[in-house]
Design a protein around this ligand. Structure first.
Ligand code: MN
Length: 214
């Protein structure tokens, strides 16, 4: 049985970046529906008692789509803080970003560009392999980098390309939800403006913990 996560802040806490109305629909309707659908789909199957990440790694079709969306949204909603104690990258993650991109601005520009250029609905992820190397990937409608297998052009849904340099399994750290439901009520067609505003509410203490696997 998969349950709906609680938001770690009030519905209006992320305004004006994300309105209470958007958050109410996004968490209370969209995510709730994925949870309800998945529980119906896995009842009486081999997936019924699995952890969410395991379902995402092992399933296909409708089960993958709903499980992937739950995992993605759980990570998405919990990366925000209306008053982030660290509004920019810190610690080991900051050092690795600077090693690979040179500057935080260059990293941000790369991440933003992949969000703006993703065609249709999907996700942009920052993830790390087992050696701590960082990757930015564009994923499909329910895609999560945990399904990517090192050195393989996997047929797992959401994973369609080999990533040069990837030597271990990927752990998701930070994401843009590029489905229109994430921003259309507030920003209409201005996806770039929405993505740009999200940098104000990322909590880099949480993202650093994810990087250090804590
Ligand atoms: Mn969403």
């Amino acid at each position: 049985m998969i349950t709906l996560i609680d938001l770690p802040y009030e519905l209006n806490a992320l305004e004006p970046v994300i309105s209470a109305q958007t958050l109410s629909f996004h968490h209370g309707k969209h995510l709730q529906t994925y949870v309800d659908n998945l529980n119906k789909l896995i009842a009486g199957t081999e997936f019924e008692n699995m952890q969410l990440e395991e379902i995402v790694k092992k399933s296909t079709g409708a089960i993958f789509n709903n499980a992937g969306q739950i995992l993605n949204h759980n990570l998405y909603f919990t990366q925000f803080n209306p008053h982030p104690s660290c509004p920019t990258p810190i610690g080991h993650l900051k050092a690795q970003i600077e090693k690979q991109w040179g500057t935080l601005d260059a990293f941000k520009a790369d991440f933003d560009a992949k969000g703006v250029s993703l065609f249709g609905s999907g996700w942009v992820w920052l993830s790390a392999d087992e050696q701590g190397k960082l990757f930015i990937t564009q994923e499909g409608p329910a895609g999560n980098p945990i399904t990517r297998i090192p050195g393989s052009s996997s047929v797992i849904p959401g994973s369609t390309h080999v990533i040069p340099g990837q030597t271990g399994h990927l752990r998701p750290l930070l994401t843009f939800d590029v489905w229109e439901h994430a921003y259309y009520l507030d920003y209409q067609n201005r996806r770039a403006a929405h993505l740009n505003a999200l940098w104000q509410i990322f909590d880099w203490t949480i993202i650093e913990k994810r990087y250090l696997n804590k």
